[in-house]
Ligand binder design. Structure first.
Ligand code: GLP
Length: 247
């Protein structure tokens, strides 16, 4: 595992965006796994800037997002589908049919999960998977406990996560959907390369658990330690407890 610690969050975002841009430039038909959350907003802004500067072409790119809230249609401003259009898809030249987000309002959610897994497989598999981390240690929405061989499925959201994500829902955790669709930990581990990004001291404790703590289904981010091609990019604040414990 390669762990990069930067002096500032902006440097962390730049390193991450450059890795994604390199993947897009160096692969004829790149397949990206994409994530949502505040951390990713700055990374997507940098990718959009590169595209607008004429140095990054998304025309051959396919993407699969990690997760979506159950019950929120793409028109809902809090849906991850909406987030992705707002922060990335509307600003780059990725063909619309190649930008995949799980359908949180599918009539048959289990069938939607199976369809999503099949679509990832049919694309040839994810080359680079971008990951954030939640306070519960989730990657995607793999809340504790999530088996390391879990696949795309419907999950109940942890109260901690509903509180953490309530900012978009008028700071009311009760308004955050109770369930989500998420790629499984097993699905994520099949990507050829993983890139986890975390910034800020609010992530320091869970980053230490993810990188130093016992490997456990109760902290799904610990699963990345089983993957042989992982880069973790942290700013100094997110790395602080991990760096201290490491000595
Ligand atoms: C949501 C997403 C996760 C993401 C997390 C971190 O819960 N489902 O995939 O890692 O947010 O969000 P933030 O970057 O806002 O801290």
């Amino acid at each position: 595992m390669k762990i990069i610690v930067t002096d500032s969050s902006d440097q962390a975002f730049t390193r991450a965006a450059d890795m994604i841009a390199d993947e897009i430039r160096s692969t004829p038909t790149p397949v990206l796994g994409l994530a949502t959350g505040r951390t990713m907003e700055s990374i997507y802004r940098l990718l959009v800037q590169q595209h607008e500067a004429g140095t990054l072409d998304f025309s051959g790119t396919t993407s699969f997002n990690l997760d979506e809230y159950v019950g929120l249609p793409p028109t809902d401003p809090n849906s991850y589908n909406h987030y992705m259009r707002e922060h990335l898809f509307a600003h780059v030249n990725m063909p619309a049919g190649r930008a995949h987000v799980p359908d949180g309002v599918a009539a048959d959610l289990d069938a939607e999960c199976a369809r999503y897994e099949a679509a990832i497989r049919a694309s040839g598999g994810i080359g680079l998977q971008l990951l954030g981390i939640g306070e519960t240690g989730h990657i995607g929405f793999n809340e504790p406990p999530s088996a390391f061989d879990s696949r795309t499925r419907v999950v109940p959201l942890d109260d901690v996560t509903r509180r953490q994500n309530s900012g978009m829902f008028g700071n009311d955790p009760e308004r955050v959907p109770e369930r989500a669709l998420t790629m499984g930990v097993g699905t994520i581990l099949e990507a050829r390369q993983l890139l986890l990004v975390a910034v800020g001291d609010g992530k320091a404790a869970i980053i230490n658990d993810a990188l130093n703590g016992p490997i456990s289904a109760d902290v799904s981010a610990t699963a990345i330690r089983f993957h042989d091609n992982v880069t973790v990019i942290l700013d100094r604040d997110a790395a602080s407890i991990w760096a201290q414990k490491r000595g």
